[in-house]
Structures are given as C-alpha cells and as structure tokens.
Design a protein around this ligand. Structure first.
Ligand SMILES: [Zn+2]
Length: 460
C-alpha cells in the first residue's frame, strides 16, 4: 500500500511541479522492484537514445526535451518492453522484475495507449495455445473464431479511445497491436492445417479469408520495429512465396523442396514489394540469416544465394554481418583446413585448434557453463559416442564460462582433461566456427574439415 501510494505521489510530483502544461517535454520515470541491472535504457528503433541510472531507491527518470513521437523500447537488462511516446507525455511505471511484463503498469499522461499495448501483448501470449487448437478447424470455422477474437479487442480499443481520446498515431499503433497477431495466424493457417490433417496439399480457402490483404501496408515506417508487424511481414512473404511457387514455378514439387529456389524467389518478392529502407533491409537480412545458418546448403548454392542477395540488397545496412556469416560458412566447407583459433588447456597452456586436430580424427563439440541442462545432455551423449566410435577423439570446446567454473564442471562429469579446451573469445569462436545449433559438431581428419555442420545426435 505504501509503495502504491508513493507511486502516485511520485507521479503527481512529476506532473505538477516539474512540468508546465502544454510543454513538449516528455517525462518517463518509474520504480523497479528487484532490479536486475543498474540502468534503464531507452531505444528508438534499434538505436539507444538515452539511459538512466537507478537511484538508491531503485527509481529512474528520463527527461526528453524533444522526441520523435512513436514507438520506443525501454530495457532493464535482460528484459525489454515497448513504450509509445508523444510530446507532452509524462509516464510513470512500476514493475517487478520477478514478473516483468505481468507486473508492469503505466500511469499518467499517455497511460491509455501504453496500458492497451501491454494488455494486447499479454493477451496474445495467453491466446497462443488456444489458437493452435483451432488449426484443426476448416477454413470457415477457423476464420470465424479468429475474427471474433479480433472483434473483442476492437471493442476494447473503442472503450479506451472514448475514455482517453487517442491521437491518430496512438490509435494506429493500438490497432496494429490487435491486427497483426491475428493476421499472422491466418498466414500460417494453410500450412498448419495441412500438417495437422495429414493432407497432401494446402487447403482451398474461401474468398475473403485474407480480406485484410486488400488494405495491407507493406511499407509502414511507424511499424518497422513493432514485433507483431515485422513478424507478420515475414510470414506473409513466406506464404506468398509458397503460393506463387506452387502456381508458377516449373515442376513445382521439386522446386518447393529446393531451399535455394524458395529463398531466391522470396528475395525477388521482397525486392518488388518493400521499399521502406529499414524494413526492407531487416526483412532481407532475415532471409539471409535464415537460409545461410539454418539450411546449411551446399557450397555452390550458397554462392548463388549470396550473389542474388548482393544484386538485390547490396546496400543493406546489415551487409557486413551477412557477408561475415557467409564468409565464415564458406571457410569451413569440406576439405578446408581448420581455421586458426587460440584455446587454452586445463593446465593453462595456449594451443591452436589445428594442433589439437593434428594426426587424428576429431569430433569437436561445444558447450557453455551458462547452459547447464545442455551440458548435462551433451556430456552423456559424448560418453556414449566415445564408447561406440573409438576411431574419433571427442574434444570439448567451452565458451562463456569463467575458468574456475569450467574446471569444476569438467571435474563434476569426470571428463578427460586432455580433451577439454576453453575459449575466452566467444565472438571470434562463433563467427569462425558458426556455433549453430547448440548440438553442432565439427568432424575433422588430420586438421582438414570433413563436416563442419554435423550434429552430435543426428550425424552418428
Ligand atoms: Zn518459385
């Protein structure tokens, strides 16, 4: 009670004494219960614009003289949440990190839209499992259920709007927070329904199933960094690509199984549909990372993909990151020598990756002390494989773990110390050896790579 009282005292102090009415200044302040860091950081899009240190009572204040109105993020590491700011807003939040999103409340000028956004965020999380059950339904039934969930939120928005009198921009973001979550389900429906029902083909959909596509804005600058919109755009492009390939591309069954074709087709579609630079760059990047990292295609296909990518998105603001990933993947193709990486041994000596691999067959695997469950599983699996596959030495490379903890964990599993090494430069390790997914393994024969995209479970 005292805390709540203080909360409103703080709010009124801010609204009355320090701010003149009609001022364009924005106040954003609050209290963090059980803080997990010393700062609150404010982002516009992906750029940090300000940070505030918590005081002795775990309170923070931002005072911004001029702002671009719109969607922001505030981060209290490691958690992140949206905040919509307009000139003259004075918002106070209270949150408890043990229950971050659920405990968050906004009060003050701007509370209407912000509490609404938060409620939509929480509701969409809750509804997810309910809606997954709907994928069994035929298209008409599915559509009816989704539309009715959306209608409920629309009535709620009407209430909020009549209570607070939202600005056009606030109404736009509030509307988007309803719409895109439901549109995503519709974009996914044909694929999930097909799978659930064990169908050969995606179902025919009634006209009107995608009615919203008629007014769709694929270039909305305000929503570029709004998660539901961004996710929607990616799913929508996936859906369009699939449907176009089915209809137009030669011998479609074969084409659809080609990840290269599908992803190149998708790049072409992005090029033709998205002009808004930041959104376009992010969506292009998403396809590149997804294809290069997850498909792990053959060398010639990777080359063809990156050439197409450069042709369509050579000026991408993420091009360096994408090129580095591509180069990293190309450097560890079969028959290439292992890259140079410095590691340390349990007795504190420096040793190169090549030196470890020399004159034997090695399976490298990777683990971190921060993921204890993964380490337990991987230690069991490696013990099993070491018995079965005597022709290999199974070598563990640890990262993101301090030395003492690393040694304690090795001890706890009774691992062979001669086969355990540690890297203290995770960034270099992962950009060179592409540590994805977690169970990946690299198989080598006398310092040459046999397969850098093997898997401890699937490959043996
Ligand atoms: Zn195609």
């Amino acid at each position: 009670m005292i805390r709540i009282l203080f909360f409103f005292l703080l709010l009124s102090a801010i609204s009355c004494s320090t701010r003149e009415k009609g001022s364009p200044q924005v106040y954003f302040a609050g209290e963090i219960v059980n803080p997990t860091s010393n700062f609150v950081v404010l982002y516009k899009d992906d750029i940090e614009i300000d940070s505030a240190k918590l005081d002795a009572n775990n309170r923070f204040v931002f005072l911004l003289d001029t702002i671009d109105e719109g969607l922001y993020n505030f981060k209290h590491s490691p958690e992140l949440q949206y905040i919509f700011l307009e000139k003259g807003d004075s918002l106070v939040i209270r949150l408890n990190t043990t229950d971050f999103d659920e405990s968050l409340v906004f009060a003050g000028e701007g509370e209407g839209v912000n509490n609404f956004l938060l409620e939509m965020f929480l509701t969409s999380e809750e509804e997810e499992s309910v809606i997954y059950a709907f994928y069994e339904d035929d298209p008409e039934e599915f559509s009816r259920k989704i539309d009715s969930l959306r209608e409920n939120k629309m009535s709620l928005l009407l209430e909020v709007d009549s209570q607070y009198g939202l600005s056009d921009n606030a109404r736009e973001i509030a509307q988007a927070s309803i719409d895109y979550n439901y549109f995503i389900y519709k974009e996914l429906y044909p694929f999930y329904h097909k799978k659930r029902k064990g169908m050969e083909e995606v179902p025919d959909l009634p006209s009107g199933f995608y009615a919203y596509r008629g007014q769709l804005d694929m270039n909305n600058k305000h929503l570029t960094y709004f998660r539901p919109y961004y996710k929607f755009i990616n799913y929508h492009l996936g859906n369009l690509t699939y449907m176009q390939c089915m209809k137009d591309c030669d011998s479609h069954d074969q084409r659809l199984e080609s990840y290269l074709h599908f992803n190149k087709h998708k790049l072409g579609l992005i090029d033709s549909l998205i002009t808004e630079k930041a959104l376009r760059d992010n969506v292009f990047r998403h396809v590149a990372i997804d294809y290069l990292l997850k498909v792990q295609d053959k060398e010639a296909n990777n080359i063809e993909f990156i050439e197409t990518f450069h042709k369509l998105s050579g000026n991408n603001r993420h091009i360096k990151e994408i090129d580095n990933l591509y180069q990293g993947i190309m450097n560890i193709q079969p028959n290439r020598p292992l890259p140079d990486i410095e590691l340390t041994t349990v007795d504190g000596r420096n040793v190169g990756l090549k030196e470890i691999a020399k004159g034997r067959n090695v399976v490298f695997y990777f683990w971190s002390g921060t993921q204890k469950g993964h380490f337990d599983n991987i230690a069991n699996r490696v013990a099993e494989l070491s018995d079965e596959k005597k022709e290999y030495s199974f070598v563990g490379i640890n990262f993101n773990t301090d030395e003492a903890r690393w040694k304690a964990l090795i001890e706890s599993k009774g691992l062979d110390k001669d086969l355990q090494f540690r890297s203290d430069d995770y960034e270099h390790l992962t950009s060179t050896l592409i540590l994805y997914p977690m169970n990946k393994a690299i198989i080598t024969k006398d310092t040459l790579i046999v397969n850098a995209f093997a898997n401890l479970y699937a490959s043996f």
